[in-house]
Design a protein around this ligand. Structure first.
Ligand code: PMP
Length: 383
């Protein structure tokens, strides 16, 4: 399989040729039958783990009944999902459904443009996707440079610096776009009070606050949405990743006046609101609720962070994050080597930065699986 992969699949990642063939819960198997505990979950996607019976049943049932309708018709699952997301946010609004995080961000970008203001503020180090609009918001020059010029008039300010944010936002600013935790930048949580300050600054300037919860949303931090823990109400929130439990889906949730900025004919997506993806998402949300997974994430996340911090290895400089989005900050830029050592030890993790190992296991990861990783950590860090 690895030779075929190298030949036919465009190599945009330089991925190690490990081919996974099956999984259940937080366990996956490779083509040789070797098992790994999945502490990455398809990058925070498989929220209920692999092959969760609730997702399998919902998807099977929906695909057997009505698999796709396009955006020319409506179906029950997207309507139910939109209502459900607004209910979880506890606010009035409207939802645009798409297929990925980048698409959810593109719709947010268009909503921002519809304010009539040209300028957007985003954060250095932030990540919002690889399509051109989302890439313009992404505050990582190395990812942008091969594709310049990018759309928009975007200012990137240092993440967490309230004064810099205040100075950047003017009466021409349409939106401030931030992640509650910068996942791709090495799991960097917003400093306490930063999101509240961003809310106050945008409200005063008449700009939108867009929170990109593609990585932090849907229980990942132990809350439905990370902004709820910060006590902040965004105008727009983007979701994807864990929402579909493994099926592709994105959602742009616009609240209050922001919900009316896109008018008929201004945006669309053939696959957006696909009934099968929406059925999977509804099963994910039901299961998180029924199995009390938000509280579980709080408990095992704390156990994981405390256990890792206590391992006392000299390479481990800091453990940071929220819930089950955890960054192990290393004293040297050897996260890729540690990723390989973890694989050898039977754990899927990933280098989110040269010096940061990211852990984002399924929300259903067990205490035993967490403890096993914590026990293996000193060996993994001997790189
Ligand atoms: N926003 C954030 C915060 C993300 O972490 C990601 C993906 N890592 C994206 C947007 C883009 O999502 P996708 O890869 O589904 O386009």
């Amino acid at each position: 399989m690895s030779a075929r992969w190298r030949g036919a699949v465009m190599d945009t990642y330089g991925t190690p040729p490990l081919a996974l063939v099956s999984g259940s819960g937080a366990t996956v198997r490779d083509a040789d039958g070797r098992e790994y505990t999945d502490f990455l979950a398809g990058i925070a996607v498989n929220s209920l783990g692999h092959a969760h019976p609730a997702v399998v049943a919902a998807v099977s049932e929906q695909v057997a009944r009505l698999g796709h309708v396009s955006n020319l018709y409506m179906a029950e699952p997207p309507v139910a999902l939109a209502e459900r997301l607004l209910g979880l946010a506890g606010r009035e609004g409207r939802v645009f459904l798409s297929n990925s995080g980048a698409e959810a961000v593109e719709a947010a970008f268009k909503i921002a443009r519809r304010t009539g203001r040209p300028h957007i503020v985003a954060a250095q180090g932030g990540f919002h996707g690889r399509t051109m609009g989302a890439l313009a918001l992404t505050g990582q020059p190395a990812k942008q440079e091969p594709f310049l010029p990018l759309p928009g008039e975007v200012t990137h300010v240092p993440y967490g610096d309230v004064d810099a944010l205040r100075a950047a936002v003017t009466g021409r600013t349409a939106a401030v776009v931030l992640e509650p935790v910068q996942g791709e930048n090495g799991v960097v949580p917003a400093p306490p009070g930063y999101l509240r300050a961003a809310r106050a600054i945008t409200a005063e300037a008449g700009a939108l606050l867009v929170l990109d919860e593609v990585q932090t949303g849907i229980g990942r931090t132990g809350h439905w949405f990370a902004h709820q823990a910060a006590g902040v109400e965004p105008d727009v929130m983007t979701l994807a990743k864990g929402l579909g439990g493994g099926l592709p889906i994105g959602a742009t949730v616009a609240f209050g006046a922001a919900a009316g900025l896109l008018t008929p004919g201004q945006h669309g997506s053939t696959f957006g609101g696909n009934p099968v993806s929406c059925a999977a998402a509804l099963a994910v949300l039901d299961t998180i609720e029924r199995e009390g997974l938000l509280a579980h994430v709080g408990r095992v996340g704390e156990r994981l962070r405390a256990g890792a911090a206590a391992c006392g290895h000299p390479l481990l400089r800091e453990v940071r994050g929220a819930g089950l989005l955890v960054g192990l900050v290393l004293a040297r830029p050897v996260a890729r080597e540690a990723q390989r050592a973890a694989l050898e030890a039977g754990f899927l993790v990933n280098a989110a930065a040269p010096d940061v190992i990211r852990l984002a296991p399924p929300l259903v990861v067990t205490e035993e699986q967490v403890d096993a990783l914590v026990r293996a950590l000193p060996g993994v860090l001997d790189v």
